[in-house]
Design a protein around this ligand. Structure first.
Ligand code: NDP
Length: 255
């Protein structure tokens, strides 16, 4: 790390924390010395991923299975995190799905699945935590909602309209919650560009070249590059950052 980012002495929750961008964020938090609750949907290796982080950095890291759309289960999980890792100081809502399908073939079920994960999911994850913080009169929370540049810019030649709409909604939701819950937490939105993860692994060579040519830096980003920004937003050093969307995209959105 180029300089130390000071985190509150609390535990942190990362949804989608077992893979891709979420994993890099879990790792960055553990590396910074804080306890991490890695939330995942169904990947069977998530507990092993958490144990490996725990062994590497010598801090408590546990995996918890939950669908971010499921409020009742999320509440159970948060209570378990508090019991096992101690009070929660922050959340990164990174769980998300991308569905590529021509808009003309989209169904109501597609709509519900995408919005339940990408829009309701971050709200649900934040609101469950906010209820805990309000109950415990905690006023130093930090929340980062991982949205996407897809929520602010249409990319030509793609069929991801519902994904883009769900991310636009998640971004506005994040900024709106930031003002409503400002007494309790600093909430910010993070908009990654194209990042090398499972989500982008099925892109064709042509699609990859097109993306790379639209980025000022002429390449995909790495999960660690997004994690650096997330860690900063969670840290005490970002004490005056609230209610804003931060882009990490190698210079795509300005094109
Ligand atoms: P991945 O596909 O690599 O990982 C997705 C993660 O989300 C997994 O941990 C998965 O858990 C979890 N997840 C998915 N649905 C649910 C659910 N319903 N409940 C709980 N967990 C769930 O994605 P990325 O790392 O690429 O993306 C992370 C975030 O960043 C997403 O919100 C994505 O939209 C956003 N983003 C990604 C970009 C990219 O180029 N990669 C660009 C811009 C934004 P499990 O492993 O158990 O399935």
């Amino acid at each position: 790390m180029p300089f130390e980012l000071e985190l509150p002495s609390k535990s942190f929750v990362v949804t989608g924390g077992n893979r891709g961008i979420g994993y890099a964020i879990s790792r960055a938090i553990a590396q910074a010395g804080a306890r991490v609750a890695v939330l995942y949907r169904s990947s069977a290796d998530a507990p092993a991923v958490a144990r490996a982080l725990q062994d590497e950095f010598g801090v408590m890291v546990r995996a918890y299975q939950v669908d971010v759309a499921d409020s009742a289960r999320l509440e159970v999980v948060y209570n378990q995190v508090v019991r096992e890792l101690g009070p929660i100081g922050g959340l990164v809502a990174a769980a998300g799905i991308a569905v590529s399908k021509p808009a003309v073939n989209m169904t109501r079920d597609d709509f519900l699945r995408i919005f339940q994960t990408n829009t309701w999911g971050p709200y649900n994850s934040a609101a469950c935590l906010m209820r805990l913080w309000i109950r415990h009169n905690y006023h130093d929370g930090r929340i980062v909602i991982v949205s996407s540049i897809g929520g602010r810019r249409v990319s030509r030649g793609t069929s991801v309209s519902f994904y883009q709409a769900s991310k636009a909604a998640a971004s506005m939701l994040g900024r709106s919650l930031a003002q409503e819950w400002a007494r309790y937490a600093r909430i910010n939105v993070l908009d990654p560009g194209y990042i090398a993860t499972d989500m982008t692994s099925s892109m064709t060579a042509d699609e990859r070249r097109r993306v790379e040519s639209t980025a000022l830096l002429n390449r995909f980003g790495t999960p660690d590059e997004v994690a650096n920004l997330a860690l900063f937003l969670l840290s005490n050093q970002a004490s005056y950052c609230v209610g804003t969307s931060y882009v990490c995209d190698g210079g795509i959105v300005l094109q």
